[in-house]
Design a protein around this ligand. Structure first.
Ligand SMILES: Nc1nc2c(ncn2[C@@H]2O[C@H](COP(=O)(O)OP(=O)(O)OP(=O)(O)O)[C@@H](O)[C@H]2O)c(=O)[nH]1
Ligand SMILES: [Mg+2]
Length: 386
C-alpha cells in the first residue's frame, strides 16, 4: 500500500523518521512519499532519515522557527497561512501513484495537533485518495492543556479524515520508565504496525504471494466511512520446519501438524485483538476489521486465518472482516496485525472530552476572575475610556 506520509510536528516527524530508518534497514523498497512539517527549526534538524528536501518549516513570519509552544490554535493558524506552500510541496512530489495519505501527529501539542486537521481538510477536498491520520493521545500526566488540545484536534480531524488511527501514550507508557523515556519504545511499536500495514498488496520477494492476499483496496474498504480505529499486534517466534521423517505415521501426523499450525495462527490473531491495542477500546464495538498475518510461508496457514476471521466476525459489532497473509523470508517471526475500524467504545476518548470541557471551563472562569480581581484594584471613580 503506497502512502504519502506526512509527519506533522515533533512527534509526527520523529515517527516518520523512525519508519524510514526501519524500512531502510529491512530494505523494503516500497516507494513511500514523505514530508516532515514543523514550526520548530531544531525539530526538523534532528531528523536523520527524512531527506532534507522533504522537510518544511512553516510559520516563520509568526513564530520565527521556534515552534508554537503547545498552542494548537496558533498551530492551526500557521498551517492555514502556509497551506499553499504545503500543498504545492505535496503536489510536486507526485500523487498519482499513491493509495492514501497518512498524517502522523501528536494531538496534545501545538504544531501537529493544530496543523494536521487543517491539512486533512485540504487534502480531502483536493484529492480523491483517502486521508488517514495517526493521532497520538497525550498521557493523563501531561495535564489538562494537552487534553484540551487533543480533544480539539480530534474533533476537527474526525470531520475531515477517512479514518483516525489512535495511539494512546498513557496506555503505552513502559513500566519503570518516564513518559519521555518511553517515547522511543512507543514509537518503535507504532512503526512496526505501520510497516506491516504498508506491506498490504506489496509483495517484496519473488514468488512470495499470499494464499489470501490483502490488497490496498481491502485496507481502504476497512477504513472507509471515518471514525476511530485501534490497532492490535502480536508476534510469535517462528519455529523451524520439523523434518518429516521424524514422524513415522505419515498423513495422520501431517494433518495433526496442520491443525497445530492453524491453531497457532488463530491464537495469534486472538492475542492481537484482545491484548494491548494502540488505543484501549472494546473490540466488540468495531464496525469492521482487517487481519494481516506475515511470516515465513511454511508458518502461515489458510485454515488458521479463516478460523480467526470467523471468530472476529462473531466478536465485532459489524460483519465485515477481511483477512490475508503475507509470506516473507525477511523475518523469523510470525506477526499478526488486526485493525479494528470505527470503534465506538473508547474510554480514553470519553475521558479526554471530559477533561477538555473541564479545562476550558476552568480557564474561562480563571480568566474572568483574574480580570475582575485586577479591576478591583482601580478606584471606581475612574471612568473607563470606552
Ligand atoms: N509517542 C510519542 N509521543 C510524543 C513524542 N514526542 C511528543 N509526543 C507527544 O506529543 C504531544 C506533543 O506534541 P509534539 O509533537 O511534541 O508537539 P508539536 O506538534 O511539535 O507542537 P509544538 O512543540 O507545541 O510546536 C505530547 O502529548 C507528547 O506526549 C514521541 O516521540 N513519541
Ligand atoms: Mg515541537
Amino acid at each position: 500500500m503506497r502512502f504519502f506520509m506526512v509527519g506533522f510536528g515533533q512527534a509526527g516527524g520523529k515517527i516518520l523518521d523512525l519508519f524510514l530508518e526501519r524500512e531502510k534497514k529491512v530494505g523494503s523498497g516500497i516507494e513511500i512519499k514523505t514530508l516532515a512539517i514543523n514550526s520548530a527549526r531544531t525539530d526538523l534538524m534532528g531528523l536523520k532519515y527524512v531527506p532534507k528536501e522533504n522537510r518544511i518549516l512553516i510559520g516563520q513570519t509568526i513564530v520565527k522557527g521556534h515552534g508554537v509552544g503547545t498552542d494548537n490554535k496558533l498551530g492551526a493558524k500557521i498551517a492555514q497561512e502556509d497551506m499553499e506552500t504545503i500543498l504545492s510541496e505535496i503536489d510536486n512530489r507526485g500523487t498519482h501513484e499513491i493509495d492514501a495519505f497518512l498524517i502522523i501527529a501528536g494531538l496534545g501539542g501545538g504544531t501537529g495537533s493544530g496543523g494536521a486537521p487543517v491539512l486533512a481538510k485540504y487534502l480531502s477536498e483536493m484529492y480523491s485518495e483517502p486521508v488517514y491520520a495517526v493521532g497520538i493521545l497525550p498521557a493523563p500526566e501531561e495535564g489538562k492543556l494537552y487534553s484540551l488540545n487533543a480533544a480539539r484536534s480530534m474533533i476537527s480531524l474526525l470531520k475531515y479524515v477517512d479514518n483516525l488511527i489512535l495511539i494512546d501514550n498513557g496506555a503505552w507508557k513502559f513500566e519503570g520508565l518516564s513518559l519521555k523515556e518511553s517515547f522511543n519504545r512507543i514509537n518503535r511499536e507504532i512503526v512496526v504496525r505501520l510497516a506491516l500495514l504498508v506491506r498490504a498488496g506489496e509483495p517484496l520477494e519473488e514468488g512470495m504471494v499470499g494464499e489470501m492476499v490483502v490488497d490496498s483496496s481491502e485496507v481502504i474498504n476497512t477504513f472507509r466511512g471515518g471514525g476511530i480505529s485501534s490497532i492490535g499486534y502480536s508476534t510469535s517466534i517462528a519455529e523451524p520446519e520439523p523434518k518429516r521423517k521424524l514422524f513415522p505415521f505419515g498423513k495422520k501426523k501431517d494433518r495433526l501438524m496442520e491443525d497445530d499450525k492453524a491453531i497457532k495462527i488463530a491464537t495469534l490473531v486472538r492475542r492481537a485483538t484482545l491484548g494491548r491495542l494502540s488505543v484501549p477500546c472494546n473490540p466488540k464495538s468495531a464496525e469492521r476489521a482487517l487481519v494481516l498475518v506475515a511470516g515465513p510461508p511454511e508458518q502461515l496457514d489458510r485454515k488458521g486465518l479463516e478460523k480467526a476471521k470467523l471468530w472476529l466476525e462473531d466478536l465485532i459489532a459489524g460483519v465485515e472482516v477481511r483477512a490475508g497473509d503475507y509470506p516473507t523470508r525477511r523475518t523469523e517471526h510470525v506477526a499478526a496485525l488486526v485493525i479494528l475500524a470505527n470503534v465506538t467504545e473508547v474510554p480514553r476518548v470519553r475521558e479526554l472530552q471530559r477533561l477538555a470541557a473541564e479545562a476550558k471551563e476552568e480557564a474561562e472562569d480563571a480568566e474572568r476572575m483574574r480580570i475582575e480581581k485586577t479591576l478591583t484594584l482601580f478606584d471606581e471613580d475612574i471612568e473607563p475610556l470606552i
